[in-house]
Design a protein around this ligand. Structure first.
Ligand SMILES: [Zn+2]
Length: 285
């Protein structure tokens, strides 16, 4: 647990998955990225599925919900999922929270590894919201892109992860940068998707930034050209990263990388090609 500018912050991992290194590092030659993250014999690299639980103004705010519990046997095998600490709900239980206690869910975007836990099966096998009392905050443009995917994006935009929220009236569509509560702010960080958002936590000179998939790994944030193959607007994301690199240094912000198993939290130091995310040890819940 951390306290950033008066806000309680818990890092909860929904699990680890294995993904193709070519997906994570796009056009970057393997001889370069394998020095940073070692692939297995199938060319896969490990990815964590970190979620954030924030407590502010008496509210429990969850940012991203991991990959969730609705995967079938084949999907679990493809993702190579492992959960040594249990999943998101186990992590919430460790801090004394039941699904009913979550007031707000923020999805950084609607790729299936960030919103799979939005919904679950009920006893009759119907898909229902996992957090019955929560309002789910999603960028309006992201929701539109997810509801009307194309051939490139449809594998990751799975309607059961977000459509049921609309049916129960729990979906809150937001437009652009918004303050959620004092000290918690969604900011659009375009590039990975057209309306991808990151989350700033804190105030009065003490800040954390949940980077989300603007940069999946710390290495993607250090190097502007290290873009994932999943970025739908890679050159836009490159410029987004340039702006937020500057912001991170100006604010000495603690950076949180949802997928980085080696450096999930750190601060950006140095300049130009010498930029480096120096790890800051933060225990996971
Ligand atoms: Zn992701």
């Amino acid at each position: 647990m951390l306290n950033i500018g008066g806000i309680e912050l818990h890092l909860i991992n929904d699990g680890f998955v294995m993904v193709d290194g070519g997906g994570a590092f796009g056009l970057v030659p393997r001889v370069l990225w394998e020095r940073v993250i070692e692939p297995d014999e199938l060319n896969r690299v490990p990815m964590s599925l970190l979620c954030l639980l924030l407590r502010a103004e008496g509210k429990n705010i969850l940012v991203d919900t991991g990959i969730g519990n609705r995967l079938n046997e084949k999907q679990r095998r493809i993702w190579g999922i492992s959960r040594p600490q249990g999943g998101l709900l186990d992590g919430l239980a460790r801090i004394g929270l039941a699904p009913e206690d979550v007031d707000i869910v923020i999805n950084t975007h609607l790729h299936s590894d960030h919103c799979g836990g939005n919904t679950c099966y009920d006893a009759d096998g119907r898909v229902i919201p996992t957090f019955p009392n929560a309002e789910y905050w999603v960028q309006r443009l992201e929701y539109a892109d997810a509801c009307f995917p194309n051939e490139r994006t449809r594998a990751t935009y799975i309607a059961d992860n977000f459509r049921p929220l609309e049916a129960t009236g729990q979906l809150r569509l937001i437009d652009g940068d918004v303050q959620v509560v004092k000290g918690v702010r969604c900011v659009v960080t375009r590039g990975h998707t057209r309306a991808h958002q990151s989350v700033i936590i804190g105030s009065d000179g003490e800040y954390a930034l949940l980077v989300a998939d603007m940069a999946s790994y710390a290495a993607n944030f250090e190097r502007l050209a290290w873009l994932t193959a999943y970025d739908v607007e890679p050159l836009v994301n490159l410029e987004t990263k340039r702006n937020w690199q500057r912001w991170a240094q100006e604010h000495d912000a603690l950076l949180i990388f949802e997928h980085d198993t080696q450096r999930p939290t750190g601060k950006l130091r140095g300049h130009g090609k010498g930029m480096k995310v120096e790890p800051v040890e933060v225990p996971w819940t």
